[in-house]
Write a protein that binds this ligand. Structure first.
Ligand code: G3P
Length: 219
């Protein structure tokens, strides 16, 4: 499973990319706001750090405006990085129209705010490169979020659909394990949760006891 980092925090992206485990990045307007940086500053840097799909979200609501905004975003990125941009489009009927148009122009899309397998089916039919079911937000309202990932994987497998599934709105390390067990293509994981994934108290304990013993070895 590919791991994307779900943040617009450049320092975090830089650090996690240096671990060699990051395959892409997803952002959204909230994450950009949280980063405290301007959108232009983020766009300028982010593609230099990670050589993989980078999702940037449009904020227009009409299909033609989304397409226009998407093309403006693409034009801001240096040619050599353009293969990596994925335009995040909200899951609405206008969004589907925009996805169709962008896919005809070979611009990658990531259909976001997906909360049902029917939405994921329609996004794929429109030609989405990626689809992002939001698991944590479903869990928050008492619906088992991971069930829709299971359904989407089954439907996409039945029809050899090439759209890749990005499990999003991940809240804890167990979500990542569940996504991987279901065969999801990608999990987009907040930095804090990636840090939790790397840790185990027995690893720390083991290192400490090896180092303590090593000090007692005659050299
Ligand atoms: O990638 C989408 C994700 O950022 C949404 O997460 O925690 O705001 O539901 P959350």
């Amino acid at each position: 499973m590919k791991i994307f980092v779900d943040t617009a925090d450049l320092d975090e992206i830089r650090e996690l990319a240096s671990w060699g485990i990051i395959d892409g990045v997803t952002t959204n307007p909230t994450l950009v706001k949280r980063s405290g940086r301007s959108f232009n500053e983020i766009i300028e840097e982010i593609f230099k750090i990670v050589d993989g799909p980078i999702s940037l979200e449009v904020v227009s609501e009409k299909a033609d405006d989304m397409v226009k905004e998407a093309k403006q975003l693409v034009s801001k990125i240096p040619q050599k990085y353009r293969k990596n941009i994925a335009i995040k489009i909200p899951m609405t009927s206008e969004g589907l129209k925009a996805v169709k148009k962008l896919s005809k122009e070979k611009i990658q899309t990531n259909v976001t705010l997906v909360f049902s397998s029917n939405q994921a089916l329609l996004a794929a039919k429109a030609g989405a490169t990626f689809v992002s079911p939001f698991i944590g937000r479903l869990d928050d309202i008492g619906q088992e979020g991971m069930e829709i990932v299971e359904e989407i994987m089954e439907i996409y497998t039945n029809y050899d659909i090439e759209t890749e599934v990005i499990v999003a709105s991940i809240r804890h390390p167990i979500h990542v394990i569940e996504a991987a067990r279901l065969g999801a293509d990608i999990a987009t994981v907040p930095p804090g949760i990636i840090r939790k994934m790397v840790k185990h108290s027995l690893t720390d304990k083991g290192i400490k006891s090896f180092l303590d013993d090593w000090k007692k070895v005659k050299k």
